[in-house]
Design a protein around this ligand. Structure first.
Ligand code: MCN
Length: 791
């Protein structure tokens, strides 16, 4: 048969080059905007320039009369057309959901809120006509900060959310925590601002919806991280279209970082408009629209208190967070400052009692939802930043304070005081290796010598934990998720032995076409080119929950692995029949079935596949064909961890920070592809560095976005980052059969604290104890020259 026997260097644990890169680097990727459908029409949105206003008059007549314009619809048209508001996919007790129509009907709530769509023959025609829609607004006061929104007398964003409180949430035992504080020798207090970020994937959001009246079928091409979730929510809850009449295809997607999980108004409106017109309607965001309307990330203000005994043992942690949710609750937004945040506050430490309260506020700003790490970077930053503040206050080395408090290797599975049970871990070796790689003792000496010469070197640590591989369905359901969190994996073996894999995971940069093929190669002994990985199409993949929360390896990959075991077992049955041996005596290795003890009695993989489809000679009771599907719903999250060390030098004259070294020792369990894992860490660390040093979404007090372009929103550039020094420890998880944990967010979760700690360490000689991110030259210079401590 025509399959190749798996060559060296492609199975699990090796680093073959990425299969998908051939088309990406030759410009042959098929992105949503590349898709041109018969009779293609183009959409442009009319958006509010005001953060908070009533629509007094909306006149579309001028736009409707312009050349090439096919239709103009408003929020009122959608409402009259039976379109429902955007739903919230994670509900909490007493949550107040402000109504979110895909286009505003009476009132706009943030700059960029869509009020009308224009559909025309060309993108330019649509844009011109959008500019001709006349809207009169009664401008209202806006409010952009969460604390300001919660203050008495603040403008009310939604009538059904008094005081602008979207929800209040708490976790942990308040009394037990108070008792730990009462017994403490030292209490450390710090206020931290975790600033708002804007995702900025390379490919802007886009959709192309087409409706066939002949078949009553809607097809939506969309930049989605989870096309089945898109189909379910848009079809069942917003537009009222049955699944078998609605196909969602998410083709190549140029990055998401969380921001393409959610259902966005534009997709809903284009899909609805396509149905009205019986045609194809395409919209692609401009970069300005992306800045204004992609779901933003983070935006917490937190008061932290940490209680220690006389030996530097962490006794208690008290956390009070105000989270800015923006103008509406985005699809999974309520989970981010709650279950993805409060539950991580134990970090790598045996804190005896923890209590966290969160107040989530509506403001007149873009909605905030998951962005790479989603809640976990906020938790990690909080713990790891305040561990450094505490080390200073306790007179201990930051590495030593962490070491004294680590959960020990023999304590796993470890039940934290904040609901989670960590699967597996071994924290000290990762810290030791990171210190060894950095030459920690020598670095400290270099730092002291440099300081004596007026140079300011800083060393920052971050010993992070995260929860990913997001599942299990029953648990997340009990916490408010309106969805299950399993994953499906189908392995379809063709008669020639070639393999098509249908996965519910969706890649938008993570390399699944390679790593999933590696899993197949390892289990079936075939080459990578014998495997096709299909994803992102509800018409081809049975079902799926998609990619976020670094879950694809641990959940999607594991589903595939389990299907492969079913295939191997069936293959073994057929081989045993053909070899006239008992199935238990048949083994499968290097692409061959053979009889134990008789290595010359063999059947090649391809022969068995053909036999399965010819069905001339298969055991009685076995169906023809060779295909298996598994829905894998693991019993727990997985918990990667590690220690990162950042080294910086601060120029005290200008306030500039140079990130000179970055050492990361991560433990993501077993590794499928070390090169891809390193690549994930590279990108993740860069994103965390971006938050620590440069990025900030800023609004004026009323809700005008001040950082709405690449000129005003500072993204990290490769030239600003050092070559990373990476290593790993390996502690497999028992939660899935591959023993893999996630890696997609780990770098981002760890690095903000490591870099911030390094900068503040460099500035300690000035008596500076804290500066909020981003640590821009201006803030640092100001702190050095005007500060009396914190800034
Ligand atoms: N992997 C591995 N060994 C492991 C763990 C993972 O070889 N022990 C591989 C996986 O098979 C996969 C990659 O590493 O090819 C990432 O796997 P995983 O950690 O499971 O994360 P997901 O595939 O679920 O990706 C989601 C994650 C998230 S949540 C964000 S945000 C993020 C990230 O991935 N967004 C990204 N990385 C991104 N990378 C790119 N280029 N673009 C994005 O938008």
């Amino acid at each position: 048969m025509t399959t190749t026997v798996m060559p060296e260097g492609v199975g699990i644990g090796s680093s073959p080059k990425r299969k998908e890169d051939g088309r990406f680097i030759t410009g042959r990727g098929q992105y949503t905007d590349d898709i041109v459908l018969p009779g293609q029409l183009h959409a442009a949105f009319v958006r509010s320039p005001h953060a908070h206003a009533r629509i007094r008059r909306l006149d579309t007549s001028r736009a409707k009369g312009m050349p090439g314009v096919r239709a103009v619809y408003t929020g009122a048209d959608l409402k009259a057309g039976g379109v429902n508001p955007m739903p919230v996919g994670w509900l909490l007790p007493d949550i107040k959901v402000g109504e979110h129509m895909p286009m505003a009907v009476d009132k706009v709530h943030y700059v960029g809120n869509a009020v009308a769509i224009v559909i025309a023959d060309s993108p330019a025609g649509a844009a011109d006509a959008a500019a001709a829609v006349d809207v009169d607004y009664d401008v209202l006061d806006g409010v952009s900060g969460a604390s300001a929104a919660l203050a008495e007398g603040a403008p009310l964003v939604h009538d059904n959310a008094p005081g602008n409180v979207a929800f209040r949430w708490s976790l942990g035992d308040a009394d037990a925590t108070a008792a730990q504080f009462a017994a403490a020798k030292t209490v450390v207090r710090q206020r931290l601002v975790n600033q708002r970020l804007i995702p900025n994937a390379i490919e802007p959001r886009a959709c192309n919806a087409s409706y066939s009246r002949a078949n009553d079928e809607l097809t939506l091409y969309v930049t989605s991280q989870n096309p089945h979730v898109h189909r379910l929510i848009m079809g069942a809850f917003i537009l009222g279209i049955a699944e078998h009449r609605f196909r969602v295809i998410s083709p190549d997607v140029g990055g998401g970082f969380g921001s393409k999980i959610f259902i966005y108004p534009e997709e809903v409106v284009c899909a609805w408009a396509a149905k009205q017109l019986g045609g194809a309607v395409k919209w692609t965001a401009t970069r300005s629209e992306s800045f204004m309307t992609d779901a933003h990330g983070r935006d917490h203000v937190t008061d932290v208190e940490m209680a220690f005994d006389q030996g530097g043992k962490l006794l208690g942690l008290r956390v009070n967070t105000v989270a800015n949710m923006g103008a509406y609750l985005s699809l999974f937004a309520p989970a981010v400052p709650t279950y993805l945040y409060g539950t991580l506050l134990s970090g790598q430490y045996t804190t005896r009692a923890i209590h966290v309260t969160v107040t989530a506020a509506y403001t007149t700003t873009a909605p905030v939802d998951a962005y790479r790490g989603a809640g976990r970077p906020e938790a990690c930053y909080l713990i790891e930043r305040v561990m450094d503040v505490s080390a200073r206050q306790l007179g201990l080395d930051p590495a030593e304070l962490r070491r004294r408090n680590f959960i020990r290797k023999d304590q796993f599975p470890y039940q934290t005081p904040v609901a989670l049970q960590y699967d597996s871990g071994n924290y000290e070796p990762a810290l030791d290796r990171a210190l060894e790689m950095s030459g920690y003792a020598a670095l400290r000496k270099e730092q002291a010598d440099a300081r004596a010469r007026g140079r300011y070197i800083g060393i920052g640590l971050s010993s992070y934990i995260e929860a990913c591989g997001i599942a299990p369905s029953a648990v997340v359901g009990s916490l408010g998720a309106q969805a299950g969190l399993y994953e499906s994996g189908t392995v379809r073996v063709h008669p020639t032995g070639k393999v098509t894999v249908l996965t519910g995971s969706h890649q938008h940069g993570q390399g699944h076409e390679t790593t999933f093929a590696q899993i197949v190669a390892s289990e079936l002994g075939v080459g990578l080119d014998d495997v096709e990985v299909v994803h992102g199409d509800t018409g081809r993949v049975p079902f799926g929950m998609g990619t976020y929360g670094s879950r694809s390896g641990a959940v999607g990959g594991a589903a595939l692995y389990l299907s492969l075991q079913k295939i191997r077992e069936k293959g073994k049955q057929i081989a045993a029949h053909l070899l006239e041996a008992a199935p238990e005596d048949v083994q499968f290795e290097h692409g061959q079935f053979f009889v134990k003890g008789s290595p010359d009695r063999t059947k090649a993989w391809g022969d068995i596949c053909l036999a399965a489809y010819l069905a001339h000679s298969i055991p009685a009771g076995i169906e023809p064909g060779l295909e298996a599907t598994t829905f894998f719903d693991p019993a727990n999250f997985v918990y990667p961890f590690g220690t990162h060390v950042a080294v910086v030098e601060v120029n005290a004259d200008t306030g500039e920070v140079a990130l000179t070294r970055y050492i990361a020792v991560d433990d993501v369990g077993n590794v499928i592809n070390p090169m891809i894992v390193n690549g994930q860490l590279h990108g993740g660390i860069a994103q965390g560095a971006g938050q620590a040093l440069w990025e900030e979404a800023s609004y004026d007090g009323g809700g005008q976005l001040l950082s709405g372009s690449m000129m005003t929103y500072a993204l990290p550039r490769a030239s600003l980052l050092p070559m990373y020094e990476l290593d790993r420890t390996v502690t497999p998880t028992p939660v899935n059969p591959l023993g893999v944990k996630g890696v997609g967010e780990a770098g981002t979760i760890a690095s903000t604290a490591a870099i911030t700690n390094a900068v503040i360490d460099a500035l300690s000689g000035f008596g500076i104890t804290h500066i909020d991110m981003p640590l821009t030259p201006g803030k640092i210079w100001h702190a050095i020259h005007h500060s009396n401590g914190g800034a």
